[in-house]
Design a protein around this ligand. Structure first.
Ligand SMILES: *Cc1c(COP(=O)(O)O)cnc(C)c1O
Length: 394
């Protein structure tokens, strides 16, 4: 550093309309929670907030599971922590893969020393339960894993049948609900999911930084009977549990402000009610889909398994992905996401999540996108997107 003292202005982030697949905008009450006074991580007042958080998480997960807590870290910590606590080196794991996030599961489980078998499906489609049945029969895994909302493709994986098959063969059922919990139905107990993790910043509507998780009795039994210690100290649920339950044994300096925001986001989920929340997300997604199609855009995912919380759109031939997204961001303050992996530059991914899932945001995005597309020479019938969305919104 030079000896001359430089001026650093206070940060001044602009207001954005967040319509990528997370993070989403914060409800004002959640935003306020982020600036509430800090407490220590062993403060009894914080413990009450943590207890409420766990209660409310059971509501969101639709579960009675005792072992329900929050991993410090983003959705990725949820993924690592979930696998790490039930997998030991040499264990067999079957993963259904149709996109980046399920692919990441394969990487995570492999790094833990698991013997991972992959059942692949083309991007844009859901994993076939019959293919999973074959693999499970053949490999007799300890864990069967799928991603509920595959954010990279906009596919919602049907969960019931694969879970049933997993249990017929004595395996644990592990499901990623990072992109769905709080926006799409995730009935953990009804579906008999054994390990279910999520992330704070998607449909739950909190900032990024925490990963809720819930473990069934069956999963807890497996964890209690481990032959080896959980590979990483930090995400060992048996130790985290002692901080999150009544024992209150210090484990890490909890991200207190993040816990406030998650608690408030979950309060809002509870106040709105899950059914009303799912309906709001669905209605916004349907309006978005109708609008995009009316503009002549092609959607990517198989319509039979289209995900409500993320809509994937094919970038039309001759349209510059980067210019469109930069225009949306710089001129309208709207963020949407591009494609991942092989679909970089070829796909848009639009999030309909949490507080961002509002009719006014859908209408503004469609209007803005029309302008951007026209600028790129892509012909859009005048106002067609907004008109079609308004028909759905009524
Ligand atoms: C976003 C996402 C993740 C990763 O979450 P981070 O918060 O980015 O670590 C994992 N799985 C799915 C399905 C996601 O959408």
């Amino acid at each position: 550093m030079s000896s001359e003292k430089r001026e650093y202005a206070p940060i001044n982030p602009p207001e954005r309309i967040l319509m990528a697949p997370g993070p989403c905008n914060l409800h004002p009450a959640v935003q306020r929670a982020a600036i509430a006074p800090l407490m220590g991580h062993m403060d009894p007042v914080l413990f009450q907030i943590m207890d409420d958080t766990v209660d409310l998480l059971r509501y969101a997960f639709q579960t009675e599971n005792g072992l329900t807590l929050v991993f410090p870290g983003t959705g990725g910590a949820g993924m690592s922590g979930s696998f790490m606590n039930v997998v030991e080196p040499g264990d067999r794991v079957v993963v259904g893969v149709g996109g980046v996030f399920a692919g990441r599961m394969v990487d995570v489980a492999s790094r833990l020393g698991a013997d991972v078998k992959v059942v692949e499906t083309p991007w844009g489609t859901a994993v076939d339960p019959e293919a999973m049945r074959q693999a499970i029969r053949q490999h007799q895994p300890k864990v069967v894993a799928v991603v509920h909302g595959e954010t990279s493709t906009g596919v919602e994986q049907p969960l019931a049948e694969i879970g049933q098959i997993a249990h017929e063969h004595g395996a644990l059922y592990l499901v990623d609900t990072v992109a769905t919990l709080g926006g799409v139905d995730v009935p953990v107990d009804k579906l008999d999911i054994d390990v279910c993790y999520s992330g704070s910043q998607k449909c739950l509507g909190a900032p990024p930084g925490l990963a809720p998780v819930t473990f069934s009795e069956r999963a807890v039994e497996v964890m209690r009977n481990r032959k080896t210690k959980t590979l990483d100290w930090y995400l060992d649920a048996s130790m985290l549990e002692k901080y999150w339950n009544k024992e209150r044994v210090y484990h890490h300096t909890a991200p207190v402000l993040m816990i406030y925001t998650l608690r408030e986001a979950l309060r809002i989920v509870y106040e709105e009610g899950l059914e009303a929340r799912f309906t709001r997300h669905r209605r916004c997604a349907e309006a978005l889909v109708a609008g995009l199609q009316a503009m002549g855009l092609k959607l990517f995912a198989d319509p039979a398994v289209r995900l409500v919380s993320v809509t994937s759109v094919v970038v039309p031939e001759g349209v510059d992905d980067g210019k469109v997204r930069a225009g949306l961001l710089n001129e309208y303050g709207i963020e949407i996401a591009g494609g991942l992996g092989a679909y970089r530059g070829k796909m848009w991914r639009i999030g309909v999540m949490g507080y961002s899932a509002q009719p006014k945001n859908i209408l503004l995005l469609l209007a803005a996108l029309e302008t951007m597309l026209r600028r790129q020479g892509f012909k859009v019938p005048d106002g067609a997107g907004v008109a079609a969305a308004e028909m759905v919104l009524g």
